[in-house]
Design a protein around this ligand. Structure first.
Ligand code: CP
Ligand code: NVA
Length: 314
């Protein structure tokens, strides 16, 4: 039986398919002023249990620019989780729309929804992962520095959904990912994301972690849902001029946003020429198009890897 093309975790996909999505994101960006109408007549439902600017707007614009439609609901507006089961919701939405994008704190009900949907379910961020973000980040790094393979990425501050997904992506795309966090956040030695030290490692000392890095990355110290958290222990991990001086001269800085200047990153680094934060934000749009095109293949969407003649099949 044909497998529905859910986009829940990067590691659910073979590396070649992930690389093809990335190649298509590059191709679709080149066509941004002449977007192929490959989603003509298709609809995407989006459900959010948390705030969003980039994920919501980029998915909506991606669908619409390529000819499709969107329906956006907050978790308060949909019956899901209230008077209707996940199973029923998955079955019903599968009869109306062609894909579902969900931002949901808990990854378990998201996986359950995918199980009961005959259309693709896309992970728009959980407390455990943020795969769409990482596709946009890799697109940005490749634009600035060339192929992601062999690049050294260093992460500073909290260990969270975004850092987890960089660690997951590292062996799949062949880059090195160093996590530098306060020691109490060091992943346990048997953590599955840290099983291959060729790709993923932990270094407590932020300056050592920044050494020879191609890309410096951080994220908020207080993710959504963690309001009131004590941030004192994170100060040594701020990305600032002192830390950046340890990286390669050509190193770039990125952040998924939203950002808190003078907490996880100094204003001078966030606004420096090395900062690619808004390129990455724009690239959410181009990456979403490629992710949607991959997911919607069963709806007749065909794209050739890295080519510009993207088209809608029969
Ligand atoms: N980076 C990101 O996912 O941003 P939003 O929370 O605004 O969607
Ligand atoms: N780690 C952040 C990412 C926001 C896009 C959060 O979960 O709030």
């Amino acid at each position: 039986m044909k497998q529905t093309k859910h986009f829940l975790n990067l590691s659910d996909l073979p590396p070649d398919e992930l690389k093809a999505i990335l190649a298509n994101a590059h191709a679709l960006k080149k066509q941004k002023f002449n977007p192929p109408q490959i989603f003509d007549g298709l609809s995407l439902a989006m459900v959010f249990d948390k705030r969003s600017t980039r994920t919501r707007v980029s998915f909506e614009v991606a669908m619409k620019q390529l000819g499709g439609h969107t329906i956006v609901m907050s978790m308060d507006e949909i019956q899901l989780g209230g008077s209707e089961s996940i199973e029923s919701t998955g079955n019903v939405l599968s009869r109306y729309v062609d894909g579902i994008m969900v931002r949901m704190s808990d990854p378990a009900p998201l996986a359950e929804l995918a199980k009961h949907s005959t259309i693709p379910v896309i992970n728009g961020m959980t407390d455990a992962s943020h795969p769409c973000q990482i596709m946009a980040s890799l697109l940005t790094i490749e634009e600035k520095l060339g192929s992601i393979e062999g690049k050294k990425l260093a992460w500073f501050g909290d260990s969270n959904n975004v850092s987890n997904t960089y660690a997951e992506a590292a062996p799949l795309f062949g880059f090195e990912f160093t996590l530098s966090t306060p020691p109490d956040l060091k992943p346990p030695p048997d953590h599955p994301l840290f099983k291959d030290s060729r790709y993923v490692k932990y270094i407590k000392d932020p300056k050592e972690a920044a050494k020879d890095a191609d890309v410096l990355i951080t994220d908020t110290w207080v993710s959504m849902g963690q309001e009131g958290k004590d941030i004192e222990k994170f100060w040594p991990y701020q990305v600032n001029a002192e830390l950046t001086a340890c990286a390669k001269d050509t190193a770039i800085f990125t952040h998924c946003l939203p950002m808190h200047e003078w907490e996880e990153v100094s204003e001078e680094i966030a606004r420096s020429p090395a900062s690619v934060i808004y390129d990455e934000a724009e690239n959410r749009l181009h990456a979403q198009k490629a992710i949607l095109a991959w997911c919607l293949q069963d709806a007749g969407v065909h794209v050739q890897q890295g080519q510009l003649d993207l088209g809608r099949g029969a």
